[in-house]
Design a protein around this ligand. Structure first.
Ligand SMILES: [Zn+2]
Length: 114
């Protein structure tokens, strides 16, 4: 019998990307306390996974994607916590937030300017 190591995969709740468990960030709601990021993936409670993409964290926090994954609403403090976590741990270097300067209806349009 070939030796195969089964690596469990999980999906990012925002983009659906499937990755081995350790490469996604688990966020879970401790039944007794506030929302927590759980790098070891061992905390008890309902969890949801996000990949490291900024857009997924944005969507997760702002569009209620995480709330659906966790089946519980995010409080303002939870959102703040997630935003800080992302900035401190995943955003490698500070950069100008371009999205603030580009109107939403222009994002994603092919740039046809000459
Ligand atoms: Zn994602």
């Amino acid at each position: 019998m070939p030796k195969t190591r089964h690596i469990p995969t999980r999906s990012c709740v925002s983009c659906g990307l499937k990755l081995p468990k350790g490469q996604l960030i688990r966020i879970f709601r401790n039944p007794e306390g506030p929302l927590q990021v759980d790098p070891a993936g061992e905390g008890a409670g309902r969890g949801a996974y996000l990949c490291g993409a900024a857009s997924c964290w944005e969507r997760g926090v702002k569009k209620g994607v995480l709330e659906r994954g966790l089946k519980s609403p995010l409080s303002a403090a939870d959102k703040e916590y997630l935003r800080n976590f992302y900035q401190e741990n995943l955003q490698e270097k500070p950069q100008v937030n371009l999205q603030k300067t580009i109107p939403e209806n222009l994002v994603g349009l092919p740039s046809g300017e000459e």
